[in-house]
Design a protein around this ligand. Structure first.
Ligand code: ZN
Length: 166
């Protein structure tokens, strides 16, 4: 289970709409396991399969507690994720991306979303998120549609070291 290389802009896979997952067999399981290692090695908060040059609709989002480091982070794996509801409330926040190293940008996102899809074994998922984790899901789901956060912002700056790219 090796970490995979994270591709960076302007790699064309980052601009390709990823294929739906239809086979939840060993190849997908290996991809997900490799992505988890890759995410941890990169100290990211989220990762989409296109970022490891696999054009398939699978994403990871890892949400830790900033207040208490003893609480283990929760790792979400979603196949074929789709946002089925966006709140009217929009919040502006800073995002960085593992595929656009060294930069951050100000991006407006829905404060609350409902995500539907499947887990890594094909079981249906429906989850509601708000705040920072909702932002990460929106960022990762953009990745599987070939969209980058820089498409959604006019303000990008050089990042300092202390940030969690996704
Ligand atoms: Zn990203």
């Amino acid at each position: 289970m090796p970490a995979r290389d994270i591709i960076i802009v302007p790699h064309p896979t980052l601009r390709t709409k990823a294929d739906r997952i239809t086979d939840f067999g060993p190849e997908l399981q290996e991809l997900v396991d490799d992505m988890i290692i890759t995410l941890h090695q990169a100290s990211g908060a989220g990762l989409a399969a296109p970022q490891v040059n696999v054009s398939q609709q699978v994403i990871l989002v890892e949400f830790g507690s900033d207040e208490d480091e003893d609480i283990p982070p929760i790792l979400y794996v979603a196949a074929n994720p789709k946002i089925t509801r966006f709140s009217q409330e929009i919040v502006s926040g800073a995002e960085g991306c593992l595929s656009i190293p060294g930069f951050m940008g100000e991006v407006e996102r829905a404060q609350e979303i409902v995500v539907e899809g499947q887990d890594r074994y094909g079981k249906p998922l429906k989850m509601k998120f708000q705040g920072w984790i909702a932002r990460i899901f929106q960022h990762e789901i953009d990745h599987i549609n070939g969209i980058l956060y820089t498409d959604r912002t006019s303000r990008v700056w050089e990042a300092d070291e202390d940030y969690n790219p996704v």
